[in-house]
Design a binder for this molecule. Structure first.
Ligand SMILES: NC(=O)c1ccc[n+]([C@@H]2O[C@H](COP(=O)([O-])OP(=O)(O)OC[C@H]3O[C@@H](n4cnc5c(N)ncnc54)[C@H](O)[C@@H]3O)[C@@H](O)[C@H]2O)c1
Length: 266
């Protein structure tokens, strides 16, 4: 198994992408700390995942919760081998209507919390013998391209890439690796919300199929497979990377024509 006997923290693991990551990590033999602001969903997920999973209520925006999270993780196996900074909030509001409180909420959760939880965890990893560990930060296709009305989210996710590269190069010689996983549209609550906001589910699904060359959303467990690999000792030469898992979305210049185009020769 890829992660046998490792202890891994996954934030925002009560549902969505984080739950998929936690599932794969447990399957691969890791002890997984399911950290979520919602105590009930965290407990329910830990129950579903079995004896290798444990839940803890944690608001990643609160410094005391971040410290308590690290202390709780240490009670599982006496060391921390991996951290997945997955907890995040989404955002869509026109630029001209975005208020300071919107900016602060998104930056606090999607960027600042990632920096300071990583700092606590890396301090602990450096005390271990041998000092080593793997951090995976959740990016997004928004690290490569933008959507209207996503200013704070785009800033946070691009910031996650910048800070991850910085920490990766600073700690590389200490045995700690830091990488970013950047999913495209995933089959989570956000996809349900997008469909619910569309005039018709069919039109919505057709539209998104055209945006994603693979023709479908990404499953949370698929993000889990990539994340588990990066957390494992099979990825020992990978650090500072931003790996896309987007079904080809960001490789496609424009969406496919809704008709059969003629060949252009010359
Ligand atoms: N779903 C997608 O299509 C998609 C695409 C690209 C990137 N992402 C990223 O993946 C991550 C997870 O997204 P998701 O779609 O699964 O979200 P989600 O809303 O379905 O789940 C997020 C989880 O995080 C928890 N959470 C929220 N704020 C928290 C906080 N302050 N402290 C601790 N837990 C908190 C929630 O309770 C929830 O269980 C985010 O970082 C998001 O930006 C998602």
């Amino acid at each position: 198994m890829l992660l046998q006997d490792k202890t891994i923290i996954v934030t925002g693991a009560g549902g969505g992408v984080g739950k998929g990551i936690a599932q794969v990590c447990c399957r691969e033999g890791a002890r997984v700390l399911i950290a979520d602001i919602d105590a009930d969903v965290a407990a329910q997920t830990a129950l579903e995942l079995g004896p290798l999973a444990m839940s803890v209520q944690c608001d990643v925006c609160l410094d005391e919760d971040r410290q308590r999270l690290v202390e709780t993780a240490m009670t599982l196996g006496g060391q921390i081998d991996g951290l997945v900074n997955n907890a995040g909030v989404n955002f869509a509001k026109p630029f001209l209507e975005t208020e300071p409180k919107d900016w602060q909420r998104v930056i606090a959760t999607d960027l600042e919390a990632v920096f300071f939880l990583t700092q606590y965890v890396c301090r602990q990893m450096l005390k271990q013998s041998p000092a080593r560990g793997s951090v995976v930060n959740m990016g997004s296709v928004h690290t490569l391209a933008a959507l209207p009305g996503s200013g704070p989210y785009d800033a946070a996710k691009c910031g996650v890439v910048g800070m991850s590269k910085s920490i990766a190069v600073e700690l590389a010689s200490s045995g700690i690796r830091v990488n970013v996983v950047s999913p495209g549209l995933c089959n989570t609550q956000i996809w349900e919300d997008i469909k619910a906001a569309a005039p018709s589910q069919q039109a919505c699904t057709d539209h998104w199929k055209n945006q994603i060359p693979l023709g479908r959303t990404i499953e949370p467990q698929e993000v889990g497979e990539l994340t588990a690999f990066l957390l494992s000792d099979r990825a020992t030469s990978i650090t500072g990377a931003n790996l896309l898992i987007d079904g080809g979305m960001t490789s496609q210049l424009i969406s496919r024509e809704p008709y059969e185009p003629k060949a252009i020769d010359g």
